[in-house]
Design a binder for this molecule. Structure first.
Ligand code: G3H
Ligand code: 13P
Ligand code: NA
Ligand code: ZN
Length: 324
């Protein structure tokens, strides 16, 4: 069945790689994730956001994830390592509902709360979750942009001096941190970037100095990076070529994520890149084959493009291929 993150994270830290956490809210995304993880022999975290629950129904998503385990076996993986995780849980009740329904991992995101309230809420979720061997991700620090319907103008980087206290008092199994990533496809403004010799925009580097300080305080403890899409410019170009209007779409360069994956960062969240891959493929089919009206004719290519993207991440960025 589904597994929690405990063993997976332990191995990832020891092996200096990271596990992909891909968001899903429909069948094609789930199929692409499972196909890519089976073909590359990767462990994977299927994650469900609040928006995904509203869009697709929590019960359906939960049983799709259970189906995903059987699907992975059917595709030839004898012992699938698949986690079903709640992304950005914002209340005890929501986390409890997911735990009671069979999710194997949850995030309680109290990062916007005053510190002591974040601790109290996170501990309450941990105490409940651990009775059922469900693992819990907490968060310290605030990402710039939109997170949990809360909009922040600037990053509030994680304070290394708080992590020992937070981790020991809450009992969380992993910690999401803020070191310069953010959600969505516009992670930096062009003004924040410099240009390389070819005129390509280069975003400011992540705060690896803060990550190192955090690792010093809690050696071997699993760290999570949200907002880790790279926003591939070839996908942005296809979208804009076929009628899209994405402006200043900039992500985290892959070499920085590769470097992060070698550290105690053992979960890397990617959603936006998958959205770009699907949208590019659907736009291209609808624009170049205007007589098509069978959804399979555009969702099929979208699924194929997603699968390629995921395989690339697993093999070349996270380094989790061959670990199952
Ligand atoms: O944390 C953000 C994820 O990309 C999920 O986004 O809330 O639009 O489903 P969503
Ligand atoms: P991206 O928007 O960079 O894909 O981040 C996704 C995420 O952090 C989901 O929790
Ligand atoms: Na790692
Ligand atoms: Zn996130």
């Amino acid at each position: 069945g589904l597994v929690n993150t405990r063993e997976m994270f332990k191995k990832a830290i020891e092996g200096k790689y990271a596990i992909a956490a891909f968001n899903f809210n429909n069948m094609e995304q789930m199929q692409a994730i499972i196909q890519a993880t089976v073909e590359t022999k990767s462990p994977v975290i299927l994650q469900v956001s609040s928006g995904a629950r509203k869009y697709a129904n929590q019960t359906l998503l939960r049983y799709m994830a259970q189906g995903a385990v059987e699907y992975a076996k059917e595709l030839g993986c004898a012992h699938p390592q698949i986690v079903l995780h709640l992304d950005h849980g914002d209340s005890f009740e929501l986390c409890k509902s997911c735990i009671d329904m069979g999710f194997s991992s949850v995030m309680i995101d109290g990062s916007h709360l005053p510190y002591e309230e974040n601790i109290a809420l996170t501990k309450k979720v941990v105490d409940y979750a651990h009775q059922f061997d469900v693992t819990v991700e907490g968060e310290l620090g605030v990402l710039a942009g939109i997170e949990d319907d809360v909009k922040a103008e600037h990053h509030t980087y994680t304070e290394p001096d708080q992590v020992v206290d937070f981790v020991s008092r809450t009992g969380v199994d992993s910690l999401a941190i803020s070191i310069g990533t953010s959600h969505g496809a516009n992670k930096f403004t062009p003004e924040q970037c410099t240009r390389d010799a070819n005129g390509v925009l280069v975003p400011p580097p992540l705060r690896f100095d803060i990550l190192q300080e955090i690792e010093k305080r809690i050696p071997g403890f699993p760290i999570v990076l949200h907002g880790s899409s790279s926003v591939p410019q070839d996908l942005v170009a296809v979208i804009n070529k076929y009628g899209g209007a994405l402006k200043d779409a900039i992500g985290i360069p892959e070499e920085q994520l590769r470097k992060a994956a070698e550290s105690a960062v053992c979960k890397i969240n990617i959603d936006s890149d998958g959205r770009l891959a699907m949208t590019a493929a659907v736009r291209e089919v609808l624009a170049t084959k205007p007589a098509e009206f069978d959804p399979r004719k555009y969702l099929g290519p979208a699924r194929e493009s997603l699968k390629k993207l995921y395989e690339h991440k697993l093999i070349n960025v996270l380094g989790s291929a061959g670990k199952v």
